[in-house]
Each structure stands twice: as C-alpha cells, then as structure tokens.
Design a protein around this ligand. Structure first.
Ligand code: PEP
Ligand code: MG
Length: 324
C-alpha cells in the first residue's frame, strides 16, 4: 500500500483550490525516525517522549536522554521535531513510579500537572532537550495544559533551564519555539492574550474528544459513539481555528483523526494548515487532499451547521465519494 503513494512522497499536499496543508508525523522511538524521510513528512509534529520512559525499568539519566534527543535531531536532518514533554499518568504508568490510586486517572494527576507538582523530572528533561539542541532550533510542547497559568509555569521552568545553561556557558538552542497542546476544552476558551503568548498550539484530538464528549477513549463501548463530524465538535474546532487565525498563532492537529483521510480533509477544510499523523497515513491523506477543493468542503460544513444538521458525516462522505 505504501508503494501506491510513493509517487506522492515529494509532492506537497496541495488541494485543487490551491491551499497547501503541511503534513507531519507522530513518533516516539528512534525506530520511527527513518519514516521521516521515507514518508515525505515535513517534520515530527508530535514526539511522544514518554515512550522512552515507559520502555525502561528505571528513571533514565539526563545524559542518556540528551544523547537520545540529539540522535533524534540528527536523524531528522534539520526537519522540525516538536518534543512533547512527559505525558505520564492516566493510561501511561511508569514501573519505577509509585502508582497513584486515582478513581479517574485520565482526569487525574497526569502530564503537565505531575510535571509542575514534581518538577525534578520535568527540569531534567528540559535540560536534556536544551543540551541536545545546542546551536540547533528546539521545539517544546507541553501536554494536557488546561489553563494559561499552567502553560506559564511550564514555560517559566524552561526559561529557568535556559538561564542555567547560559550561566554554565553551554551553547543554547539557535531558536526556541514553545507551545501547548489543546486536550481539554477549557484551553480553547482562554483569553486572547494566551493565544498571542504561545508560539503555536496543537490539538491532541484523542484527549480533546474524550473530554468534549465525556467518552473514555479506552472504553470500546463509548469511544466510537461520537466522532469529529458531530456538529458540536466541528463548531468547537471552527471557533478555535478562528481564534488562532485572529492571533496569528500556528495551529496543528495531532490526534488519530489527523491520519484518517476523510477527517483530515474536514480538518483542512476547517482551516487547519498543519496535521500530524502516523507515518503510514501521510500518503493516503495527501492523496485525498490533492483531489479536492477545500473551499468546497468548508462551504459544505458551513451549510450543514447553518441548516442545523447534527452530524456532517453523511454530507461529507457523499461529497468525497464524488472525488474517488
Ligand atoms: C492526543 O491526545 O490526541 C494526543 C496526540 O496525545 P496522546 O494520544 O499521546 O494522548
Ligand atoms: Mg493526549
């Protein structure tokens, strides 16, 4: 199936209306990196750093992490890698961390909440990233941020780490780009100042949908019950895109939906200009985007929402069926 898309590898995901969407890949292990070149991805839109912590039976040392991140950047050959800081807790439990007995771990002490309350590991990881970047650009993304204050506290940890490196005389990143993931609906309603403050935002659609619909992403019974095409969710995303456009904030979508061609076209039609997905999805997503007019998709969404359709799935499927 990958060969089918090989001819598209070096072509842009430009739709028939002329709009180009940049396609990035999700990664988490060194073994994923060769796909960056073979898939034609523009960069790594989401590097899940927790995988390195999950595959070990003790806390990795800073020097080990730093060497690993440097190898990731080397393998990316100058392409942008968005390193997401540790997203543990919830479904991701470290063998060497005291298990938390929480009634609702997905809504519990996880990701940036844990990182800010016990900053030792976060500081170590930020320092490892800074040392790995040394003279190269660095992109850092904080997971599961629910309020601007959490983003600011995480950003302050990074600024402190930069200052420490400066004092030690270590080379600093050539450029530092810092963003937050939108995984809780609350952050999409933050004040305008927050949108101007971040260098970029990235929707973690898996978690965002889980909290938007209150449907456990691990629970087979409910997880497929609601989808991206529910007009409530499309309205939410449309509002988020508009706020980012108004503030000039680059916005990416990096949940599983970005790798589903029909959903990816809907996201692009809504105004997402950057999508990050499993490497194997890049070909199929690019192929479909290149066959449609996104302005038509956008009009279809607007009409459906104005009409009061509860879901735009049937209308969207019917429209796309005319292109394949
Ligand atoms: C998400 O929630 O959509 C996401 C990209 O992060 P993860 O799947 O690792 O929680
Ligand atoms: Mg998530």
């Amino acid at each position: 199936a990958q060969e089918r898309y090989a001819g598209l590898r070096d072509l842009p995901a430009t739709a028939l209306c002329g709009t180009t969407v940049s396609l990035h890949m999700n990664a988490g292990l060194m073994a994923d990196l060769p796909s960056l070149i073979s898939s034609g991805a523009e960069g790594v839109g989401l590097f899940r750093t927790e995988l390195q912590f999950l595959v070990r039976n003790q806390m990795p040392k800073r020097a080990e992490l730093s060497a690993l991140y440097a190898r990731v950047m080397d393998a990316a050959r100058g392409k942008r890698v968005a390193f997401r800081t540790l997203d543990i807790g919830s479904d991701k439990v470290l063998a060497y961390m005291k298990p938390q007995d929480e009634p609702n771990p997905a809504m519990g002490w996880r990701a940036i909440r844990l990182g800010l309350d016990k900053p030792g590991v976060l500081r170590m990881q930020l320092q490892a990233l800074l040392r790995a970047a040394a003279g190269r650009p660095l992109t850092v993304m904080f997971p599961f941020v629910a309020t601007p204050a959490e983003y600011r506290a995480a950003r302050a940890e990074l600024d402190k780490a930069v200052e420490r490196e400066r004092i030690l005389g270590h080379p600093l990143p050539e450029r530092l780009e810092v963003g937050a993931m939108i995984e809780t609906p609350s952050l999409a309603f933050a004040p305008d100042s927050f949108f101007r403050e971040v260098d970029f935002l990235s929707v973690g659609g898996n978690d965002l949908k889980q909290f938007f619909f209150a449907a456990d992403r691990e629970n087979e019974r409910v997880r497929r019950r609601y989808d991206l095409f529910e007009s409530s969710f499309l309205t939410f995303l449309r509002n988020l895109v508009a706020r980012c456009e108004a503030a000039g904030t680059p916005l990416t979508f990096c949940g599983e939906d970005a790798g589903r061609p029909v959903e990816a076209v809907a996201l692009a039609a809504l105004g997402f200009r950057s999508l990050s997905m499993r490497p194997a999805s890049i070909g199929p997503v690019k192929s479909l985007i290149r066959r449609v007019r996104l302005d038509e998709g956008r009009a279809l969404i607007e009409e459906g929402l104005a009409r009061g359709d509860e879901t735009l799935r049937p209308a969207f499927d019917a429209w796309l069926a005319r292109h394949v």
